[in-house]
Design a protein around this ligand. Structure first.
Ligand SMILES: [Mg+2]
Length: 237
C-alpha cells in the first residue's frame, strides 16, 4: 500500500523553465550589453548555457562574460550573487501543483528530495508557497549526498517513517529521479518534461505522466500493482 509520496522539486513541483526564464529577463535587464533588438537572443543563449538547470552555477557565471557581452559588473561573483538573490524570487509552482498537494495531503505523507544548494532550494519552496504540505524536505547540499544515490532517499524515508515499498517517487529526471527511486526500492512516476529518456537507463518508471493533474490516476495504477503483488506474496504465488 502506498503511504507516502516523495517529489523532485525543479521541473516537477516548480516550473523551473518559467522561473529561470523570468530570472534571465531580470538578469538581461541589468547586465546584457547588447542593443534592444538583440536582447531576446542574449536571453535565449543564457537559457541554453544553463543546460536545463544542470550546469554548475558558479561555473556558468564564471564563463558567462566570455560567452555573452555583460556590462558593468565587478566579476563573476557579482553575477552569481545576483543569480542567488533574484532566481529564488522567480520560483513558480508547476501548473496544478498546489491543488494536487492539497488533495494528496489528507491521504499521504509527503516529502521533497532535491539536488541543489540549501538556501536556494528552500528559498524557492518558500516563495512558491508549497512548504506547508511537506513533512520532510531533503536538499543534497545539507544531506551531503546527491540523487541518484539511495542514501538521500533513505533520509527522507526515515523522516517520514515509511519503507521504500510504501513510497512512490515523482520526478522528471530519468537518472536522478527514476533510476534513483528504482535502486532505492520505490515505485516511480516519470513526469515527462524537457529531459529525454536515455537509451541506457536500466529501470523503467511504473507510470508516465505529462502534467501533474494526471498524477492521481497514476497513483491508482501504481497502487493497484502494489496491491496485486501484495496479494501474490500473501498467497505464496
Ligand atoms: Mg527535476
Amino acid at each position: 500500500m502506498i503511504r507516502a509520496i516523495l517529489f523532485d522539486l525543479d521541473n516537477t513541483l516548480l516550473d523551473r523553465c518559467s522561473g529561470f526564464h523570468e530570472f534571465a529577463q531580470r538578469f538581461a535587464g541589468k547586465y546584457a550589453d547588447v542593443p534592444q533588438n538583440q536582447r531576446l537572443r542574449w536571453i535565449e543563449r543564457l537559457i541554453e548555457l544553463d543546460e536545463d538547470g544542470y550546469k554548475n552555477k558558479p561555473q556558468l557565471f564564471r564563463e558567462l562574460p566570455e560567452q555573452l557581452p555583460c556590462r558593468n559588473h565587478a566579476g563573476w561573483e557579482e553575477l552569481y550573487a545576483f543569480y542567488e538573490r533574484e532566481y529564488v524570487q522567480c520560483a513558480t509552482p508547476m501548473c496544478g501543483a498546489k491543488e494536487l498537494l492539497a488533495a494528496l495531503r489528507p491521504y499521504y505523507r509527503l516529502g521533497i528530495v532535491t539536488n541543489g544548494v540549501d538556501r536556494i532550494q528552500r528559498g524557492k519552496i518558500g516563495i512558491a508557497g508549497i512548504e506547508k504540505w511537506f513533512e520532510s524536505i531533503v536538499v543534497s547540499e545539507s544531506a551531503g549526498i546527491k540523487k541518484p544515490h539511495p542514501d538521500i532517499f533513505s533520509q527522507a524515508l526515515r523522516e517520514l517513517g515509511v519503507s521504500p515499498v510504501e513510497t512512490l517517487y515523482v520526478g522528471d529526471h530519468p537518472l536522478n529521479d527514476i533510476q534513483g527511486a528504482y535502486f532505492s526500492g520505490m515505485k516511480s512516476v516519470w513526469l515527462k518534461r524537457a529531459q529525454p529518456w536515455p537509451d541506457e537507463a536500466p529501470a523503467l518508471p511504473d507510470a508516465v505522466i505529462t502534467e501533474l493533474a494526471q498524477l492521481p490516476a497514476a497513483i491508482r495504477i501504481v497502487s493497484g500493482q502494489t496491491a496485486a503483488s501484495e496479494r501474490r506474496l500473501s498467497s505464496g504465488a
